[in-house]
Design a protein around this ligand. Structure first.
Ligand SMILES: Nc1nc2c(c(=O)[nH]1)N[C@H]1C(S)=C(S)[C@@H](COP(=O)(O)O)O[C@H]1N2
Ligand SMILES: [Mo]
Length: 210
């Protein structure tokens, strides 16, 4: 396995860096629009769409904080080509959320919704993949406001625009639909190991029905 020395003596296995990515100095923060302010009393996390019960499930912040925690050590790859290596995220697994608010049978896609209407769609298999987490902490500290406080999803095996910050809801979809960047020319699936950056690269079956 090739070793690659990057920056100030950081040693990274080359096989951990997807094609076309580099390791920047520092830890860039990227998002569209402003950083929302967290209001504990009105914050909620909703699971809606094709739920098994037919009802929307709502967690208050108090409910959410009581859920069991898990942690994940993962790298993070932005489509603008920087990668952040070795992030330790802690939070709630999608499995925990899905046990509390299951989908009907046959749901293969979800939309993750954030403050201000930012969204990203995921295949159910990406939501339930090992490594995907609703994160409340990074490196043993609560998320910084600009990194998604109080809650973001991390989907480390896909380009980071799918790792929605300031998450407020999950929508179970009966049919796949494009999210914010997927509608604006980015790849519906977004696997960095296959360099699935742009929608024009999509193969049949990788995008929503026309
Ligand atoms: N709500 C929201 N989440 C978002 C974005 C955004 O604009 N809004 N940008 C995405 C993009 S393009 C990237 S690269 C990562 C950046 O995460 P970071 O700021 O922690 O590095 O957040 C993603 N999550
Ligand atoms: Mo990004």
């Amino acid at each position: 396995m090739a070793l690659n020395t990057v920056g100030e003596g950081v040693i990274v296995e080359e096989s951990r860096l997807p094609p076309g990515q580099y390791i920047p100095r520092g830890r860039p923060v990227i998002h569209y629009g402003r950083v929302p302010r967290f209001k504990r009393e009105t914050w909620d996390f909703r699971v809606f769409g094709a739920t098994a019960s037919g009802e929307e499930h709502r967690f208050t912040w108090e409910d959410f904080e009581r859920l069991p925690r898990a942690s994940v050590l993962a790298d993070f790859h932005c489509v603008t080509k920087f990668s952040l290596m070795g992030n330790e995220w802690a939070g709630v697994t999608p499995q925990t959320i899905m046990a509390a608010a299951p989908p009907v049978g046959g749901v293969h896609h979800v939309m993750i919704w954030a403050e201000y209407g930012y969204s990203a769609n995921l295949r159910m298999s990406d939501l339930t993949a090992p490594g995907t987490l609703f994160a409340m902490e990074l490196d043993e500290k609560p998320l910084a406001p600009e990194r998604g406080f109080p809650l973001r999803i991390v989907v480390p095996h896909l380009y980071a625009w799918k790792s929605v910050k300031w998450v407020r809801a999950v929508e179970y979809l009966t049919e796949d639909r494009r999210g914010f960047w997927e509608e604006r020319g980015y790849h519906n699936v977004a696997d960095p190991w296959k360099e699935q950056r742009y929608s024009y690269q999509e193969e049949p079956g990788e995008g929503p029905p026309p």
